[in-house]
Design a binder for this molecule. Structure first.
Ligand code: ADP
Ligand code: MG
Length: 611
């Protein structure tokens, strides 16, 4: 648990948090620069790195370049040429949209840029270091843009020290490179590391690109997938069951040409292979989904690769059917028997013959039909409205909505009204590292520090219900947690809620999960302990009372992340807790009904001394 209780203040600015999220490691810089080069319409993009990007990341493109004004502007936060409406994010045309990347990169590295537009005679050369603008001069440079990012995190030693060894960081870079190179086969990409060309991908078709990246044998391992329904278009390749492997490498799903992660869709594909490969092995796939961005639920953090659909189930069913059909068409008909061998992934001898899977599939199916034609043009639909609000929330920073809960009784209500009228500067002292003692008006008030904080955290999470998500920050080191089958199912069941509260959790094989991110205001928690504690509390609460899922989870998180007894608090921390608990809807009790504070009336004190 962090000492830094100030981080719990609900006036977080989402943009600040996002800026910290943009650049986590060299591969994040690579991703942003490559995306910008793609957006600039380049047909050739070269990536040059040294020491896994720690000392140098250079991206050279032959795209449209920038004029002198734009060249300077592009480093300003929120400078973007790409957004007029927030829902552009999932459109087919551009990748960037927040105008944050370059500003963020320039804040944590030494950056040099050369750029020239086709019709300009001279180009621009800009140097900017740690957000400090150093120079802008004219220069000779080919049409297009070159970014040179040196000494990443040179001014944030702690961050630099967190980077992993070159092998690991380079792996991250290659991952990002592949995720951008795969959907853009028409662009010639090269990757040079420490002077050696490690990838050279001339423009070509998808199969050529896959072969260059993963080996020629891919051609015989893969079968094409192609479907076009009225709301979802699916293309790409999936592997034959016989090509299944033990790892989940080479599983790619792109939505509108962006790489995404979605355990649900992975599952849909696995389902299509269900009786074809053993449960320990995994198919390979390179799937490209295209759909109208209106059907993507953008209530998610834009820097993340996770995505949700407004109707996830329909996408699931469709994807599963389509993959099944592709396998069926490819006439995958080896004889299967899973009883006879555990060692081989696919057993090819026996009498059980694989037949083409039954496909319940209607190519005209459109799960959004009911929303009427207006969802495609003209008037703003309810969904679009909500989406727009979500975007606005992202830009506005943190906001709270208040949610009614069990009403305190009238007597309490009066007490609460009175408390809230109290002035904001109290004398405070800590008693026994357990209680905060202060006075309101004529009364002495003793506040239980743990319960008060639990109340604060509880309401903070509870109030984020539906419209606004708690922002999540990616963990530098994602944590894998082994769970019991029961807890694993519980996590699966609560995944959306966890996600909304800022926990970025992914299923990871049998009964195990990976936590990739935690709420940005809980950065120093022990993730494993917290998740385990939260699950325990959640289960206990379901035994004790019937509490709604979201509410229960908020209670459990509050209980497991709040300040404990025994923690020494300084004056400002105590005052903050007092102030915040008084801002709560119900400062008198914890969510589970335990008293938070005790008030001793002056008259009672006087009565005592009269004796
Ligand atoms: P975003 O991509 O979200 O707009 P960035 O900070 O990544 O924000 O870039 C800011 C702007 O700089 C872009 O909108 C684009 O106009 C310009 N820009 C960045 N990189 C390039 C490039 N390689 N070629 C041309 N313009 C670029
Ligand atoms: Mg960008």
């Amino acid at each position: 648990m962090s000492d830094n209780i100030i981080a719990l203040l609900p006036d977080h600015v989402a943009n600040q948090i996002a800026a910290g999220e943009v650049v986590q490691r060299p591969s994040s810089v690579v991703k942003e620069l490559l995306e910008n080069a793609v957006d600039a319409g380049a047909t050739q993009i070269r990536l040059i790195i040294k020491d896994a990007g720690k000392s140098l990341i250079q991206v050279i493109d032959n795209g449209k370049g920038m004029n002198p004004f734009d060249a300077r502007m592009c480093f300003e936060r929120h400078a973007t040429s790409k957004i007029s409406k927030a829902d552009d994010l999932w459109s087919l045309t551009t990748k960037g949209f927040r105008g944050e990347a370059l500003a963020s990169i320039a804040a944590v590295a030494q950056v040099e840029m050369k750029t020239r537009k086709k019709d300009d005679v001279v180009g621009q050369h800009i140097i900017i270091e740690g957000s400090k603008f150093v120079s802008q001069e004219e220069c000779q440079t080919p049409v297009g843009t070159t970014f040179i990012v040196k000494n990443l995190f040179y001014n944030i030693t702690a961050r630099r020290n967190f980077l992993k060894n070159d092998q690991v960081e380079q792996k991250h870079i290659i991952d990002e490179f592949e995720r951008i190179a795969l959907p853009h086969c028409d662009i010639h990409f090269t990757l040079i590391s420490n002077g050696n060309e490690i990838l050279n991908l001339p423009a070509g078709n998808l199969m050529q690109r896959i072969k260059l990246l993963y080996g020629n044998y891919m051609q015989k391992d893969l079968v094409p997938v192609a479907e076009d329904t009225s709301f979802l278009k699916i293309g790409g390749y999936v592997s034959l069951p016989s090509a299944a492997v033990k790892t989940r490498k080479e599983q790619f799903i792109f939505i509108n040409n962006r790489f995404i992660k979605n355990a649900f869709l992975n599952h849909a594909i696995s389902e299509a292979y269900k009786e074809l490969i053993s449960f320990q092995s995994h198919p390979k796939y390179f799937l490209f989904l295209e759909l109208d961005p209106k059907h993507i639920d953008i209530n998610i953090h834009p820097t993340k690769t996770e995505i949700k659909f407004t109707d996830e189930k329909s996408v699931y069913m469709l994807l599963m059917s389509v993959v099944k059909r592709a396998l069926g068409k490819a006439n995958v008909a080896p004889s299967l028997d899973f009883e006879t061998s555990i060692t081989s992934d696919l057993v090819t001898s026996s009498d059980k013959v694989y037949t083409q899977p039954k496909v319940n599939y209607n190519p005209d199916y459109n799960p959004f039909k009911n929303s009427g034609p207006s969802s495609y043009q003209g008037k703003e639909t309810e969904l679009q409205k909500v989406n727009k609000q979500n975007w606005e929330a992202l830009f506005d920073g943190f906001k709270q909505t208040s949610e009614e809960e069990a009403q305190p009784n009238t007597r309490d209500q009066h007490a609460i009204e009175d408390l809230k009228k109290e002035s904001v500067d109290y004398n405070v002292f800590q008693l026994n590292f357990k209680y905060i003692v202060t006075s309101f008006g004529q009364n002495v008030v003793i506040i239980d520090q743990q319960r008060a904080h639990e109340r604060i955290v509880y309401e903070h999470y509870l109030n984020t219900k539906s419209e606004y998500k708690i922002s999540s920050q990616q963990l530098l080191f994602p944590e894998q947690i082994e769970l019991s089958a029961n807890d694993f199912n519980l996590v699966k069941d609560l995944k959306d809620e966890f996600n909304q509260l800022g926990f970025d959790i992914e299923e990871f094989g049998k009964n195990s999960i990976v936590v990739n991110g935690a709420p940005s205001d809980l950065q120093d928690i022990n993730v494993i302990q917290t998740i385990e504690g939260v699950l325990e509390t959640f289960k206990l609460n379901t035994i004790d009372a019937k509490i709604e899922k979201h509410d229960n989870l908020c209670r459990a998180i509050a209980k497991n992340t709040c300040i404990r007894y025994g923690k020494q608090l300084d004056d400002s921390e105590m005052k903050l807790i007092v102030n915040q608990v008084l801002q709560c809807e119900n400062p008198l009790y914890t969510a589970n009904g335990k008293p938070v504070m005790m008030e001793v009336d002056l008259t009672e004190i006087e009565r005592f001394f009269k004796k």
